[in-house]
Ligand binder design. Structure first.
Ligand code: HQG
Length: 180
C-alpha cells in the first residue's frame, strides 16, 4: 500500500470515478477532464503530481484503469464510475460464460435479488475465473459466480466491454447465475 503508484492510482480512481468535487473539478458528460486542470487542482489541494508520474500510472497501470484522449489533452477512468457519465460504449456480444467475483457474505442477498450494480453504473463481470477471484478478495472471503452471458444476450440483455477489458451489464437476474 505504500507503493506510490498504487497511492496515485487510488487517488485518481477517487477523483475520476467518484468525487471530482473533492478537488473542485468537473468531469464532462463522457468522463473527461483536461490534464492541466486536473494537475493544477490536485496541486491546489495538496496533492502535487508530476506529468511524468501521471504518464507512468496511465501507461503502466496493472489494470489500465485510465486513458488519455486521442489528442493527449484529457484523461478519464475507463470504468468503475459512480458519478453518472456516458462512456460511449457500444453493445458487444459476450463470450458464452463470464464470471463475477464477490464475497460469501453477499450471497444471501444476491440469491434473492440477482446481481445489482450497487453504487456503480454497471455490474462488473470478468472474462476469467482468476480475475473474478481477485475482485472477490477485495470484499472478504471470495466466491466466484458463473454467469450465463450467452443466455442473457439471447434474451436481450446488453453487454459492454470497457477499454480495459472489464465486461459491464445493467443487471444479472438470478436465473442466469450459477452458484458454486
Ligand atoms: C455485490 C474493481 C448485495 C457485488 C474490480 C460486489 C471491478 C451485491 C459488491 C470493479 C448484490 C459491489 C468493480 C446484491 C452485487 N446484494 N451485494 N443484490 N449484487 N453485490 O466494488 O464488482 O480495481 O461496486 O458482488 O476489479 O466488486 O477499482 O463492485 O461484491 O472491476 O479498477 O456488491 O472494481 O476495479 O462492489 O468491483 P463494487 P465489484 P478497480
Amino acid at each position: 500500500m505504500s507503493d506510490p503508484s498504487v497511492k496515485l492510482s487510488k487517488f485518481l480512481s477517487l477523483i475520476l470515478r467518484h468525487a471530482p468535487d473533492k478537488i473542485g473539478i468537473q468531469l464532462d458528460a463522457k468522463g473527461w477532464v483536461a490534464i492541466d486542470e486536473l494537475l493544477s487542482a490536485a496541486k491546489a489541494h495538496g496533492a502535487e503530481i508530476s506529468r511524468e508520474r501521471l504518464d507512468e500510472v496511465v501507461f503502466r497501470n496493472d489494470k489500465q484503469r485510465f486513458a488519455f484522449s486521442p489528442d493527449g489533452l484529457r484523461i478519464r477512468a475507463n470504468q468503475g464510475h459512480s458519478v453518472h457519465i456516458d462512456l460511449e460504449l457500444s453493445p458487444v456480444t459476450p463470450p458464452p460464460v463470464l464470471f463475477h467475483g464477490t464475497a460469501t457474505r453477499f450471497l444471501p442477498l444476491i440469491q434473492s435479488q440477482g446481481l445489482q450494480k450497487m453504487s456503480r453504473q454497471h455490474v462488473h463481470l470478468s472474462a476469467t475465473r482468476e480475475q473474478a477471484h481477485r475482485v472477490g478478495t477485495r470484499h472478504g472471503r471470495p466466491v466466484v459466480l458463473e454467469i450465463d452471458a450467452e443466455g442473457m444476450n439471447d434474451t436481450g440483455h446488453l453487454f459492454f466491454l470497457s477499454a480495459n477489458g472489464v465486461w459491464l451489464t445493467e443487471f444479472v437476474p438470478m436465473s442466469f447465475i450459477k452458484f458454486p
